[in-house]
Design a protein around this ligand. Structure first.
Ligand SMILES: Nc1ncnc2c1ncn2[C@@H]1O[C@H](COP(=O)(O)OP(=O)(O)OP(=O)(O)O)[C@@H](O)[C@H]1O
Ligand SMILES: [Mg+2]
Length: 345
C-alpha cells in the first residue's frame, strides 16, 4: 500500500534529516500526596522510519509514561514534564501549540494502548468505531467510513470483515479485538506507531500472530515502531534495537544482536539470565534479586545498586551517565566495559 505523503511539521523548505522521532533527556514526575515520584528520569531514545525499537523494563520503570508523554496524553496533573525534548521530524512536540500537536496524534504518531482490550466501546459495532477515525479526522461520510473500516479489517486479517462490520466487541476473541485496536491505530497511516504491551493479555500462539502482523504492517508502510514490553523473548525476532529501562532511565541501548550476544549493564544481564531456556529443564529459573526502586525515594548513586551483583563503592554515590561503550551501544554503568568483557564481579 502507498503511504500518504506527509509534509514535515517544520513546514519549512528544509526537510528534517535526523531521526524521525527523538526523545532526549525526558523527565516526568508525578506530584502525589506521598511526595514527588520521578517516573521518567532522563530518557533518551530515537527511532527511524522502518525501524523497530523495543523498550524493555520491569513494571513501573516508566515505559508507558514515556509513551504517554510522546503522545501528549499524560495525566496532567498529577503528571508534570520537568524537562527534555521530544522531536518529531526535528520539531519539539513539548513546545508545540496543542492544536498542532493534535494533528500529529493519530496521523504522525499513533499508539496501541496497554489496556487495549478495554479501550473498545462495548456499545458500538467495531466497524463504527474504526470508521470514526475517518469520519472525525478525514470528514468522510458514514458509508465511506464503513468502506474504509472493511479495508482496514482486511488489512489486519480479520476474516469475513464485511460481514463482521456490525458485530460488537464482545463477539470477537481477544486476539481479534487486538487486531481491531491495531486497525484503529494504523487507520490514519501514522509514521510512528507505539505499541504498549500489545500482546500481554493474549495466549502465546496469538501473541506470535499479533507480533507477525505488526512486523508485516510495518514493512508494508515503512512505519517506525516502538514496541514496549517486559518480555525479552518477544522482541528478539522483531526489533532492530533495544532500550532497557530501569527506574525511569535508559540503562542500556544496543542493537538486538549485540545486546543478546553480550549485555553491558548488570540489569540487562539479569534480564537475559532470567529468560527460560530449554537446556535448563528442571532447574530453578534465575530471577534478579530485590525489588524495583521506590520512585519516591530513589536509591543514591546508581538506582540499580541495591540489586546489583557487581556493585562497588562508587555505585552507591555516583549516578552513572549513559555513555557509549562500543559502536552504537550505550550503557549507564560505571563498569560497563568489565560487564561486557565478563570480568566484572
Ligand atoms: N497518573 C499517575 N499518577 C501517579 N503516578 C503515576 C501515574 N501514572 C504512572 N504513575 C507512576 O509512574 C511510574 C511509571 O509508570 P509506567 O506506567 O510508565 O510503568 P511501566 O514501565 O509502563 O510499567 P508496566 O510494565 O507495569 O506497564 C509508576 O511508578 C507509576 O505508578
Ligand atoms: Mg506500562
Amino acid at each position: 500500500m502507498t503511504k500518504a505523503v506527509t509534509e514535515p511539521v517544520s513546514s519549512g523548505d528544509r526537510p528534517y534529516s535526523g531521526s524521525l522521532l527523538e526523545v532526549e533527556d525526558l523527565q516526568v514526575e508525578f506530584r502525589t500526596q506521598a511526595g514527588v515520584a520521578k517516573a521518567v528520569n532522563g530518557v533518551t531514545y530515537s527511532v527511524d522510519a522502518g525501524e523497530t525499537l523495543a523498550v524493555l523494563g520491569e513494571s513501573g520503570s516508566g515505559k508507558s509514561v514515556t509513551a504517554q508523554t510522546i503522545m501528549g496524553i499524560l495525566d496532567m496533573p498529577p503528571g508534570v514534564v520537568r524537562g527534555g525534548r521530544i522531536r518529531f521530524r526535528g520539531v519539539d512536540l513539548l513546545t508545540m501549540p496543542e492544536a498542532e500537536r493534535r494533528k500529529i496524534r493519530g496521523e504522525g504518531i499513533s499508539m496501541i494502548f496497554q489496556d487495549a482490550l478495554s479501550a473498545l466501546n462495548p456499545l458500538f459495532p467495531v466497524g463504527w468505531q474504526i470508521g470514526e477515525m475517518f469520519r472525525v479526522h478525514r470528514g468522510l461520510s458514514k458509508k465511506q467510513a464503513y468502506a474504509k473500516a472493511v479495508e482496514l479489517m482486511d488489512r489486519v486479517r480479520i476474516p469475513a470483515a464485511k460481514q463482521r462490520l456490525r458485530d460488537f466487541p464482545h463477539q470477537f476473541s481477544g486476539g481479534m479485538r487486538q487486531r481491531i485496536m491495531i486497525a484503529m491505530a494504523i487507520a490514519l497511516d501514522p509514521e510512528v506507531l507505539i505499541a504498549d504491551e500489545p500482546t500481554t493479555a493474549l495466549d502465546v500462539t496469538v501473541q506470535a500472530q499479533i507480533m507477525d502482523l505488526l512486523a508485516e504492517l510495518q514493512r508494508e508502510s515503512n512505519m517506525a515502531l516502538i514496541l514496549i514490553t517486559h518480555d525479552l523473548g518477544v522482541v528478539a525476532d522483531v526489533a532492530h534495537k533495544i532500550a532497557v529501562m530501569y527506574g525511569g532511565r535508559i540503562v542500556e541501548q544496543a542493537s538486538v544482536f549485540d545486546l543478546y550476544a553480550k549485555p553491558a549493564h548488570p540489569y540487562t544481564k539479569g534480564l537475559l539470565d532470567s529468560i527460560p531456556r530449554v537446556d535448563q529443564k528442571g532447574q530453578d529459573l534465575f530471577a534478579i534479586k530485590g525489588i524495583p526502586p521506590n520512585l519516591l525515594h530513589m536509591p543514591s548513586g546508581c538506582a540499580f545498586h541495591p540489586r546489583c551483583v557487581f556493585k562497588r563503592d562508587n555505585c552507591t554515590t555516583d549516578v552513572p551517565a549513559l555513555l557509549t561503550v562500543e559502536g552504537p551501544r550505550r550503557s549507564a554503568c560505571h563498569y560497563s566495559r568489565e560487564v561486557l568483557d565478563g570480568v566484572a564481579g
